[in-house]
Design a protein around this ligand. Structure first.
Ligand code: PEP
Ligand code: MG
Length: 902
């Protein structure tokens, strides 16, 4: 097996396609070299090697030493320099890089190859003593902390003391002598701690660094990041060993990060930050505030033009927005990294639509560029436009850089750890830091928003927060943060931990207190892209909605009908006329406690007009679209009061003895209500409930029809498990519907169907389809009953089942994302059997899974006619349905290609 891949002098053994093996960075370097961009030479040790190393008790594969030596010689030949040489020495960087970007989570060592001899040579060849010794102290510091694990603070303490002795404030003011002195101290400290001398042999240094990068794959912060980002299935990190170039050799040098398009807005502008006379991580660390690219273009026009060329080449080559790192060494540009850039959700939409319109990608590809989270994050809040300007002016604390848009309010907290603790207690928090580092990701993740006192738009805080679409303000230099007292003072005002603050990530502002937020309007590109998804997808998208209000929202979101209207949700609240809510409640409770059919019918008569009005409202909103109405489902005890006071009140209101109510409530008690007297079983026992509901549906449909509305009612019976059960219900349904139509002289077309939400229903679906005209898979109950997991209680232990670090039995919570291996089989079986009986059987899903991406794709694959999702998840379902088609086409094409190549 080959473990090392060389790149340099216009040629590369690897390529951009080899991300899994070379990591994103290594693949990018190989590809940039191939397409003729200026990349320092080097080699990549593969992620397969990391996998081997971690699995074989920290041993390298046998062939590795030889391969590394060979490639090192090749590097020395290409660069005409030698590692550790007394004349013209080669220095290398050793960097991590896995197949998925994990910004700042793993280790990097710069300036490797320096020792007592080569540092002098570097000073001579650059004619810059100060630079050479600064480079050496950086190396000794990085090596000591990263490779050996010595405490960073103690080294930094020595740096501070040296600066104090020399009475200098900034690192840039430290003379060569100062750095030389510091190197001496660092080495002394190294000896004290390890009982060994600091390694002089560059090869020993190199192997130490390679091992440290591999080890960093399993560092706690890296493991946490992968867990939070759900990154699984990777081999490990690759190691990139590359010739060092220096951005800190003077005013004709510098280092920067740039994006081929604006990562905040998605606009087609070249966007980036540049630091003059700075090295490597200074920009990302956000310690100094950088200059914008347009300012750089004035200072270094030639370099800027070269960079523009790289921008165009790379974006056209990768056909996506790239995030690039570069260094300018004495007027020469070097590209150090390119990767697909993280972006805000709004920018994701804009870029996908713009790129498709420019012809860079197809519409199908544009659709695959969007993730479900991007849609969800579009609905993130902003400062409510109604909040008075004067109020905002009064509350304004500080101005910073608007790194990630959106707005967030929460309690100020100053450490990531405490942020996590407060969030666990249910607090909304804003993480306030001077700067963030990878250790802080846990706290950043739980925070509503993040604000830092330093840094630019490409600082760690900005990059990480952007990936999550989380509101973030950086470079807020007025914030004087005092960690020990857990407070921040800004122009005389003091905010302590726990005090509310609000961030405006669009404007880069920090406000005192809790400012009202509201949900923004969707960007233009959103509707364009969603229209594309509608053209591509084959499966319909309906919504689960119980009120005209929700139905209207769902229509705005693109729903093509209602897949589930839970009628019992109407029993407790009158959404259109709230003052009538009590009347409804009493009617339903009276119906439940009734001790005779007559008494029950009387109560049901009171309910009828309410239900009719509800259905009419929904039919009006869904003019021309199907509406599936499910008859009463939950166990009746859910509707009656359980404590004595409330029972007495109900008795008074409906004029019955309290003992009658108490007895009835007692009667309704079940040990296992979810498996008890619920669903269609209620209508089998109390057909009068069914009669009232069907009457309300058909009467409302007739009224709507008379008003010129196109109504397509679908009457659905829940929790059916046998053909005969449904037959009884269907007969009763038809009887009432015919009667109502006869009374009015109007005809209404309607369907009768059932939910498939019990394993037995799926198993005998062939028989049930003799009666049912449609199936709707109720995957909430189907998951509950197939897996024997209570949907109400399993949350207590399911996290352990899903957590890879604990039991890791399930890949996902099965109530969120369909258990395709188990529940999915029942669905396949049910559809197959159902359609064998009734080929035109309409099939949909109305469990929560109808709004989950992976589950929607499954529904497409098994040939459902539609999915039904809650209103806000309708766009997610539309997107996933379209992606399912694109993915299917791609895999068909790939199969065909494979077939012809044999
Ligand atoms: C289901 O069980 O999947 C379903 C949609 O019904 P409910 O959630 O109301 O039980
Ligand atoms: Mg159900």
């Amino acid at each position: 097996m080959k473990y090392v891949y060389f790149f340099g002098a216009g040629k590369a053994e690897g390529s951009g396609e080899m991300k899994e093996v070379l990591g994103g960075k290594g693949a990018g370097l190989a590809e940039m070299t191939r397409i003729g961009l200026p990349v320092p030479a080097g080699f990549t040790i593969s992620a397969e090697c990391c996998d081997y190393y971690l699995k074989h008790h920290r041993k390298y594969p046998k062939a590795l030493a030889q391969e590394v030596n060979k490639n090192l010689s090749r590097l020395e030949k290409v660069t005409k320099k030698k590692l550790g040489a007394a004349e013209n020495p080669l220095l290398v960087s050793v960097r991590s890089g896995s197949a998925r970007s994990m910004p700042g989570m793993m280790e990097t060592i710069l300036n490797l190859g320096l020792n007592a001899r080569s540092v002098e040579a570097l000073a001579r060849s650059t004619n810059n003593d100060r630079f050479a010794w600064d480079a050496y102290r950086r190396f000794v510091q990085m090596y000591s902390t990263v490779v050996i694990g010595l405490p960073k603070e103690e080294l930094e303490e020595r740096l501070r003391a040296m600066k104090l002795r020399r009475r200098v404030k900034d690192d840039t003011q430290v003379p060569a002598e100062g750095w030389r002195e510091l190197v001496g101290e660092y080495k002394k400290f190294f000896k004290q701690k390890t009982s060994k001398d600091f390694p002089e042999d560059p090869e020993e240094q190199l192997w130490g660094a390679i091992g440290a990068v591999f080890e960093s794959w399993n560092a706690e912060k890296a493991v946490t990041y992968r867990r939070v980002e759900r990154i699984t299935g990777l081999l490990g990190t690759a190691v990139n060993v590359m010739q060092m170039v220096f951005g800190n050799t003077g005013e004709n040098s510098g280092t920067g990060v740039c994006f081929t398009r604006d990562p905040s807005t998605g606009g087609k502008t070249f966007y980036g930050d540049f630091l003059l006379n700075a090295q490597g991580e200074d920009v990302v660390a956000g310690i100094r505030t950088p200059m914008h690219l347009d300012e750089m273009s004035k200072r270094m026009p030639k370099i800027y033009r070269q960079l523009e060329r790289a921008r165009n080449l790379l974006e056209t080559h990768y056909r996506d927005m790239q995030d690039m790192e570069f260094t300018v060494e004495d007027g020469t540009l070097y590209m150090l990294q390119t990767r697909t850039g993280k972006r805000t959700p709004a920018a994701t939409f804009r870029m996908a639509v713009d790129m498709a319109k420019e012809g860079l990608i197809t519409k199908e590809e544009a659709v695959t560029r969007i993730k479900a989270e991007d849609i969800e994050r579009l609905f993130y809040p902003v400062i409510d436009p109604q909040v008075a300007r004067e109020e905002l002016a009064k509350r304004k604390l500080a101005t910073g850089i608007n790194a990630v848009p959106g707005a967030a309010a929460g309690k100020a907290v100053f450490t990531a750890e405490e942020a996590e603790a407060m969030a666990r207690n249910g607090d909304k928090v804003i993480l306030v830091r001077r700067e963030t580092s990878p250790e802080d990701v846990g706290g950043m993740y739980v925070a509503q928003g993040i604000v830092t006192a330093t840094g630019g738009k490409t600082s760690h805080a900005a990059v990480v927060a952007r990936g999550w679409g989380k509101c973030c303000v950086v470079g807020c230099e007025d914030l004087d943060i005092d960690y020990p007292s857990k407070s921040v003072s800004v122009n005389g005002r003091v905010i302590r931990q726990g005090d509310w603050i609000t961030l405006d990530g669009n404007e880069g502002l920090v406000y005192e207190g809790q400012v009202k937020l509201s949900v923004p309007e969707l960007p233009e590109a959103f509707s364009t892209l969603m229209a594309w998804t509608d053209k591509i997808r084959k499966i319909g998208v309906r919504t689960n909605a119980d009120t005209p209000h929700d139905a209207r929202k769902a229509r705005e979101m693109g729903a093509e009908g209602i897949g589930l209207c839970r009628t019992e949700h109407m029993f407790f609240k009158d959404f259109e006329q709230p003052e009538k809510s009590i009347e409804r409640q009493l009617a339903i409770q009276e119906m439940i406690v009734a001790d005779s059919v007559d008494a029950r019918r009387k109560a049901l008569e009171k309910l009828l007009p309410f239900q009719r009005r509800d259905f009419l409202g929904i039919f009006k909103v869904m003019d021309g679209y199907p509406v599936t109405i499910r008859l009463i489902d939950p166990p009746l005890h859910e509707f009656v009061p359980h404590d004595r006071d409330q029972q007495e009140e109900l008795a008074r209101k409906i004029g019955v003895d309290v003992e009658v109510i108490a007895r009835r409530v007692e009667q309704l008690k079940e040990a296992n209500p979810m498996l008890g007297h619920r669903g269609c079983r209620l209508a089998i026992t109390y057909p009068e409930i069914l009669e009232m509901q069907v009457r309300a549906i058909i009467e409302a449909a007739i009224e709507a029809k008379k008003a010129g509305i196109k109504v397509l009612p679908e009457i659905m019976h829940p929790l059916v498990f046998a053909r005969k059960e449904l037959q009884i219900l269907a007969d009763a349904t038809r009887r009432v519907a015919d009667q109502v139509m006869k009374e009015s002289g109007e005809k209404i077309g309607y369907l009768i169907g059932t939910m498939i939400e019990l394993p037995r229903a799926a198993l005998v679906a062939g028989e049930i389809a003799e009666v049912a005209e449609f199936f709707s898979f109720g995957t909430n109950d189907l998951t509950q009953t197939t897996m024997g997991l209570s949907r109400d209680d399993a949350g207590r232990f399911l996290p352990d089942y899903v957590d890879e670090k604990k039991a890791g039995i399930l890949p996902e919570d099965p109530f969120q994302s369909l258990d395709i291996a188990g529940v999915g089989q029942l669905i396949r079986w049910g559809i197959e059997r159902g359609r064998a009986t009734r080929p035109d059987l309409k099939v949909g899903i109305c469990g929560e899974h109808g709004g989950d991406s992976a589950s929607v794709k499954f529904c497409h694959q098994v040939g459902m006619n539609y999915v039904s999702a809650s209103p806000f998840r309708v766009p997610v379902a539309r997107l996933a349905a379209a992606q399912a088609v694109v993915e299917e086409n791609a895999s068909r094409k790939a199969k065909k290609r494979k077939g012809t190549s044999h």
